[in-house]
Write a protein that binds this ligand. Structure first.
Ligand SMILES: NC(=O)c1ccc[n+]([C@@H]2O[C@H](COP(=O)([O-])OP(=O)(O)OC[C@H]3O[C@@H](n4cnc5c(N)ncnc54)[C@H](OP(=O)(O)O)[C@@H]3O)[C@@H](O)[C@H]2O)c1
Length: 270
């Protein structure tokens, strides 16, 4: 789904709400973003619904992703939770519905079954997961033949995700990024600054292009109109293989933002 032209660059919406969300999202849509990433947990689906309902963009030109929170993974809670997201977003269907996290007990089967039920009920066009480990991906593709749109994970140059790239190749489940610019931390890396200068691009453009050239679709959030626009305008240049390899070396820092101190129910990462 995200490899469809235009949908490889998603606009992230966490932790935006209210007027700040509306202003940023309207700027993103005016810039050309058509893929929007939210989650019920972000508590901004009503705000997004309001913006989308006032927009003239055709529904079929949009790719709206939302996520079911772990505390709604029960048989009686799952589908009503998705319907609540749809009501709040003022949509009839989601383009992509993700399981936001693996369940704390690691038993993915029940929530995957509820996800498949939601798809069969027409609540979403595509299904996917987020924050799955490589082992969970292997298990997932044994549980269903349904195509999986993505595993959305933390992905930026300061974190070595080679194991997850290998798992993606092995299972055929594409990766999508979050914290794509490491919430800004990667932008002051001297190597990124030097490569940005070399290509006459911003550090963020270099980082986001590095992600795309890894075959990973991008989610990036910004409230700043200049950043929103420059983060989107990354298709008209390519990094050389040499420069991609130079950026790869930063992964040895293993800088992870979303760890167990931030999210206690996070799995043991690969
Ligand atoms: N599945 C999950 O568990 C999960 C977890 C986290 C996030 N997400 C999703 O992924 C999206 C992206 O991740 P994220 O928002 O956490 O992190 P991010 O995109 O790495 O960083 C966002 C921050 O970077 C700044 N920024 C953006 N573009 C910039 C640029 N060109 N130059 C300088 N600074 C820039 C923004 O500030 P300004 O506003 O000033 O530009 C903002 O503070 C989220 O919005 C959310 O939709 C999913």
């Amino acid at each position: 789904m995200y490899h469809q032209a235009g949908f490889e660059r998603g606009f992230g919406t966490f932790p935006l709400k209210g007027d700040e969300l509306a202003t940023a999202l309207i700027t993103a849509l005016d810039t050309g973003y058509r893929a929007i990433d939210t989650a019920q947990f972000y508590d901004n689906e009503k705000d997004i619904g309001w913006v989308l309902s006032s927009s003239r963009i055709k529904r079929t030109d949009l790719c709206i992703t939302s996520k079911v929170p772990v505390n709604h993974f029960g048989k009686d809670e799952f589908v009503p939770s998705v319907k609540q997201s749809l009501d709040d977003l003022q949509l009839d269907y989601l383009d992509v519905l993700l399981l936001h996290w693996p369940p704390a007990d690691g038993d993915i089967k029940p929530s995957v079954e509820y996800l498949l039920e939601a798809k069969q009920a027409g609540l979403c066009k595509h299904i996917g997961v987020s924050n799955y480990t490589s082992g969970m991906l292997d298990e997932l593709v044994k549980l269903t033949d349904e195509p999986i749109a993505c595993n959305q994970i933390e992905f930026h140059p300061l974190l070595d995700q080679r194991v997850m790239l290998e798992a993606s190749n092995r299972t055929g489940v594409p990766l999508a990024s979050y914290c794509s610019i490491a919430r800004g931390k990667v932008l002051s890396e001297p190597l990124i600054e030097a490569i940005a200068k070399q290509y006459q691009r911003s550090p963020a453009q270099v980082v986001l292009k590095w992600i795309l050239q890894k075959g990973v679709s991008v989610n990036a959030m910004s409230t700043n109109a200049n950043n929103i626009q420059s983060n989107y305008n990354i298709l008209d240049f390519n990094l050389s293989n040499t420069d991609i390899a130079r950026i790869d070396t930063l992964g040895s820092q293993q800088y992870r933002i979303v760890d167990k101190t931030l999210v206690p129910w996070a799995p043991e990462w690969d």
